[in-house]
Each structure stands twice: as structure tokens, then as C-alpha cells.
Design a protein around this ligand. Structure first.
Ligand code: ZN
Length: 253
């Protein structure tokens, strides 16, 4: 099994949302990551990033949210463009996992019309409520005809331990991480916003954009336990860590 790391866009936000001790006028640049796994039983994509439209017309897609979550994405910097570099199209993807349903994690779901979607039941329930756009949930991102598997507990995608989904709520009610075990490179915990920045885990910081601080702290404790067992924690939006990854056509196996 191989893991490819792709860009799903880039965002600029107020830094004190992520690091509450910083001045309100400071900003932080956040990469958006997507991960493709090429497994003998199928291609699995973890998160689909931001919709291509946000590179040119962010307010058309995100409305007022685009003023606080500002895309700094290049015009071909999205998962569809990234897959093309591997000579793949969205039709080659069999399974899409959404760590949660914020617009920077499921923005390209619509293109994966041949895939089965995995998302947590609690996340789907929340996204389906009215007027959730101000919290980053847009129906255009996640409401499509593809089959959705509602996750409620641990899920081993191919029943071989290679990709296991772990509910780790806190950032949102239905946040799921993926523990991926590669034959040579070892285990990677794709943490998404359960650990947006490495500093959060190291200094026990809970960012401001958190649904439940208690559950988020519990998820941090569980993630530290998984890290001690040997997995590398891949943070959701950490520019320093992101910059060090092999990306796109290069891969981990
Ligand atoms: Zn995010």
C-alpha cells in the first residue's frame, strides 16, 4: 500500500483562533491536506480539501465565511488537479473518507461520483441542520447522490488493519482520524483537526474553533497514547510539518 500526500488548498486565518496567546491582528497560513492510499482492494482518499472555485471566487462558494477563512490557494491547487499529476481522475477513487464536514475537508466530494463516502453519523446530523453555513458546513460540499456509510465507531476499511477510522470528537462532534499502517514506512495517524497544529499537542492548547473542549482534550490524550505506540501524528494544518512531507507523485510505502 502506498500513501500520497496532496494539497487540498491553502487558507489564511486569524492566528489567535489557533494560538490564543497571539495578537488578534496576526495571521497564520494553513495548508489543507488530502491523502490518497493505493491499496490492492481500491483507492482510498482521506479528505477532499477545498472546492476549486474558492481559488477565484471564494465568496461565491463560502459566503461571508471567506472573510475569516481566506483561501490563498493557487488555481490548480485542489485534489482534482493533484490527482491528475498521477494520471488519475476522481473516477479512480473507490472510497472517500471525510474527517469531518467543514468546507476545507469535503469541498471536492462532488467530483468523486464513483466513490462510497465515509463520514461520522454525528457529523452528518450536525451538517443537516439549518443555517450551518456560518460554522463551515455547506450542502454543496457534502449533499450528493453517492452512498454514504455513517460511521459510529471504529471502522477497519478493508478488514486488514491497513486503514482504521477512529472517532476522536472535539473540534466537531463527528471528527474521525485515520490510522494508516504502511508496510515499510510504518503507522501514520492522520489527525485532521483533532490536532490542527503540532503545538496544540505539545503544549496542550485547545484552539478557539473547538465544539467541545472536554472531548477535544480527551481526544488529545488518546492521540498521545497512539503516538507512544509508534504512529507519526500528521497534523491537520501545520505548515512546518506539511512542508517536510514528500508530496504528490512521490509517496510513502
Ligand atoms: Zn480544517
Amino acid at each position: 500500500m502506498r500513501m500520497h500526500v496532496f494539497s487540498g488548498g491553502r487558507l489564511r486565518m486569524s492566528k489567535h483562533i489557533y494560538l490564543p496567546d497571539t495578537a488578534p491582528e496576526e495571521t497564520i497560513d494553513l495548508p489543507v491536506a488530502c491523502f490518497l492510499f493505493r491499496h490492492p482492494q481500491g483507492n482510498v482518499l482521506f479528505d477532499t480539501g477545498c472546492h476549486p472555485m474558492v481559488a477565484e471566487e471564494p465568496e461565491m462558494r463560502w459566503g461571508n465565511l471567506a472573510q475569516s477563512v481566506v483561501p490563498t490557494t493557487g488555481s490548480d491547487e485542489n485534489i482534482v488537479g493533484e490527482l491528475r499529476r498521477l494520471n488519475l481522475t476522481p473516477a479512480d477513487v473507490d472510497v472517500v473518507v471525510n474527517s469531518h464536514l467543514h468546507c476545507d475537508h469535503c469541498g471536492c466530494n462532488e467530483f468523486f461520483s464513483k466513490a462510497t463516502i465515509y463520514a461520522h453519523e454525528d457529523e452528518l446530523e450536525r451538517a443537516r441542520r439549518p443555517r450551518m453555513e456560518k460554522l463551515g458546513y455547506f450542502r454543496a460540499d457534502w449533499e450528493h447522490p453517492m452512498p454514504i456509510v455513517g460511521v459510529t465507531g471504529e471502522v477497519d476499511i478493508f478488514d486488514d488493519g491497513s486503514m482504521v477510522l477512529l472517532p476522536l470528537p472535539g473540534h466537531t462532534p463527528g471528527l474521525i482520524d485515520m490510522l494508516a499502517s504502511l508496510p515499510h514506512s510504518g503507522a501514520y495517524l492522520l489527525a485532521s483537526d483533532a490536532v490542527a497544529l503540532r503545538k496544540h499537542l505539545d503544549m496542550e492548547i485547545i484552539p478557539k474553533n473547538t465544539w467541545s473542549r472536554d472531548l477535544h482534550a480527551k481526544s488529545h490524550a488518546e492521540i498521545k497514547r497512539i503516538e507512544k505506540s509508534g504512529a507519526l501524528v500528521v497534523c491537520g494544518h501545520d505548515l512546518a510539518q506539511w512542508s517536510a512531507f514528500r508530496r504528490a507523485v512521490d509517496f510513502y510505502d
